[in-house]
Design a protein around this ligand. Structure first.
Ligand code: BG6
Length: 542
């Protein structure tokens, strides 16, 4: 008799990114033993970007150092970039290649999500980085940049493919794009390679300026060449929202006005404005978070299923939602939108200054560091379902969450045993502690009929035990691959501004509340609670 054997457990599920890492690294290293046939491996073969030059404008700035360069390093380290790759770092300050290289090395050390830095991988990448000093108004400088890119094609085999990443001040975008057009760096002629431009947020300051900016960019680049970044769309959990909704059959039937009571979306930050006081004075929470991150999350929750995951199929559906959001009028702004500004208080156990005491902030500033609002979508699916959105700095915790609260049962049979009604909630934790929680009623064990609410929890960390990539890794790789699905299209950006601009204008026309109106380390102004109470609801305690 043969000995009995325990069943062999199936291999752990692998994420698409793991699969991509596995295949592409095998391909790049040309391991003779690597079986690259995706069918034999049970893998979907993912593409590695074409050979290309990555031209980073604003290369000495904070964003480049904290996010962009560490993300490129991480992609390089995991063999997700082609060997024929070069980075041309562009900024106004004078640097030698060596001095710039030393500075970015320090940034990678400080900001890479995987430590310690892989010296061999870094050394290879560093060879591919050069620096070019450039004043964005200087024609001759752009001519030199163009020549240099041609030279790199010959030296590094970058094949004429160029990605221009604008990590600059928003006010510099138009000039850089104009110059790129002037020297013909936008042209995608037959055989000349592809040309793409990535533009960071904020994209405009209001509806009109966003339209003007789109118009200026469109004079040079076709829309299919333009990649507008909203880094929330690159977050792993945000991408999973699409899988959750459209990869499962059981949620879609209840995802509508018949079953959903309301939706709450929270982007809470515990930090203040840090060193970005000057930027924030011009921005405020409505431009910084509501116009982009919050509205993007709302579209992903509310959109109709796309017919495919092709970039335009997805973005068409998101656009429909943005256009269906009721445009706020003065009354709506007065009653349904709340602004706040933090005063001094506490943050992580230490005393924290008020916003007006932060560096580079006007001591009488009326800029909002908190915004909350009630929005409705006028379509068949969502008519009558309020979406409550809120975002703020110096709140008690850093947490981003989408919560779908369902309607109560039609006949509350267990009201006596439960006390307060406790409707079902589906909460998607975008960060930190990424996961999904479903709250439902359960009978407490015992002879009586006590009913309590319990949580059923899915936790990313426990289920997959792999680190998620940073949003910038995902987005940079997608831009290099020419996949625009996680980038916002011109019409989407304008539609989002059409929602937020009346709020900003409405506020400008009415007296500001007495700021500060919430203390650092608390959940925002009282008016935000009153907004919910008027509707007989409460913000979730997170
Ligand atoms: C940025 C805002 O877009 O998002 C910042 O400009 C904010 O003010 C940041 O702090 C929040 O991003 P994350 O990924 O830390 O939630």
């Amino acid at each position: 008799m043969s000995p009995t054997r325990a069943p062999v457990p199936p291999p752990p599920a692998r994420t698409a990114r793991q699969l991509r890492e596995a295949t592409s690294s095998a391909r790049r290293r040309h391991r003779p033993d690597a079986d690259l046939n995706p069918l034999r491996q049970g893998l979907r073969l993912e593409r590695v970007p074409d050979p290309c030059s990555f031209v980073l404008f604003g290369a000495t700035g904070d964003l480049a150092h904290r996010k962009v360069i560490p993300a490129i390093y991480q992609l390089w380290r995991t063999n997700l970039l082609p060997a024929e790759f070069s980075i041309v770092a562009v900024a106004r300050r004078p640097y030698t290649d060596e001095a710039f290289g030393a500075e970015v090395r320090a940034s990678v050390e400080a900001n890479s999500r995987v430590q310690p830095v892989d010296e061999a991988a870094w050394a290879e990448l560093a060879k591919r980085i050069t620096y070019q000093q450039l004043d964005f108004g200087d024609d001759a400088g752009f001519d030199r940049l163009s020549e240099r890119l041609d030279a790199l094609d010959a030296e590094r085999g970058t094949a004429g493919n160029r990605l221009f990443y604008l990590a600059t001040q928003p006010s510099q975008v138009t000039e850089i794009v104009r110059q790129l057009g002037r020297v013909g760096l936008d042209h995608e002629m037959r055989g000349s390679g592809w040309r793409r431009v990535v533009v960071e947020k904020p994209f405009g300051r209001d509806y009109e300026s966003a339209r003007r900016l789109n118009h200026e960019v469109a004079k040079v680049f076709r829309e299919s060449q333009v990649y507008r970044i909203d880094h929330y769309l690159g977050k792993e959990t945000v991408r999973n929202l699409l899988v959750f909704r459209f990869g499962n059959g059981i949620f879609e039937p209840v995802w509508n006005r018949s079953y959903v009571d309301h939706v709450q979306i929270t982007v809470a930050e515990s930090l203040g404005v840090e060193s970005r006081g000057a930027f924030y004075e011009e921005t405020g929470a409505s431009r910084d978070i509501l116009q982009n991150h919050l509205l993007q999350l709302m579209t992903l929750v509310a959109m109709e299923p796309p017919s495919s995951f092709h970039a335009d199929a997805l973005r068409d559906q998101k656009l429909q939602v943005l256009r269906a959001i009721a445009t706020p009028d003065v009354e709506h702004v007065r009653h349904d939108v709340v602004r706040g500004q933090y005063g001094s208080g506490w943050a992580q156990g230490a005393a924290a200054p008020g916003y007006r005491e932060e560096p580079e902030v006007d001591p009488e500033s009326e800029t909002e560091t908190y915004v909350a609002g009630r929005f409705t979508i006028e379509d068949w699916r969502w008519s009558g379902v309020p979406f409550y959105l809120r975002a703020g700095k110096r709140l008690p915790e850093r947490t981003t969450e989408i919560a779908i609260q369902f309607k109560e049962v039609p006949l509350p049979l267990f009201r006596e045993s439960t006390g307060d009604p406790a409707p079902n909630v589906l909460a998607m934790r975008i960060q930190p502690d990424e996961g999904i929680m479903l709250r439902f009623a359960a009978k407490v064990p015992g002879l009586g009929l006590d009913v309590r609410t319990v949580n059923m929890d899915f936790d990313y960390g426990t289920s997959f035990s792999v680190d998620s990539p940073d949003a910038y890794e995902t987005l940079i790789l997608d831009a290099l691959l020419g996949d625009a699905s996680l980038f916002t299209r011109a019409d989407e950006v304008e539609a989002a501004w059409a929602v937020v601009t009346p709020i900003i204008e409405g506020w400008a026309a009415m007296p500001a509340p007495r700021f500060p109106n919430y203390a650092a380390g608390t959940w925002g102004p009282e008016a935000a609670d009153e907004l919910m109470e008027r509707d007989g609801r409460r913000w979730r305690r997170i």
